[in-house]
Design a protein around this ligand. Sequence first.
Ligand code: SF4
Length: 211
Amino acid sequence: MKLHVARMAYPVTSLGPGQRVAIWVSGCGMRCRGCITPDLWDSSAGRVVDVDRVLQRILALRMPLDGITISGGEPFEQAASLGRLLRDTRAAKPDWSTLVFSGFPYLTLRSGKTGADALLSQTDILVAGPYDRRRPGVHPLAATANQTVHYLTERGAALRNKVESDTVHRADVALGSTGEALLVGIVAEDARSRIHKALVPADTPPAAWMP
Ligand code: SF4
């Protein structure tokens, strides 16, 4: 099975509880105004990589991690491949939690119309709904107030207090694979552009992880 995958960062502390490995997939048809990752709307922004190769890269990380976060792009446009990746990651790392950010509303995912079950069934915590720049978020994991957070499993529910007592909102500054600065987290649009301008030289191409 193949994945369109664009980036990987670790350890990330701003996209879910504890220290996590985060993966950004490419491809999203929603085109929300104010999206933090418009460079990932086109699926060709990422590389087409075998799921097993991504898994090997994750399992090769030698650091204490608490889970895996999937963002994008739209993860549910690749639900089958990501479901497989999370299933195999959980098999190898049974203590890890899984967290997925989606632009689809929760009821759309639950309706089965998008073939979402393969990924939903491997997800402990789901953040669902499109980015709506008119409604600033107040939940640590929701960028805008229309987005909803769902604790889908016992493991997810056990993490609820930890998630909801976290700071609203914050970000990590991480280095990409070629030394470029990456802003990783949930940041208001105005602050985001100020930080980005301060960190990233003009005309810097989007960061890409090449597995
Ligand atoms: S769904 Fe997410 S990735 Fe897609 S355009 Fe909206 S905010 Fe961006």
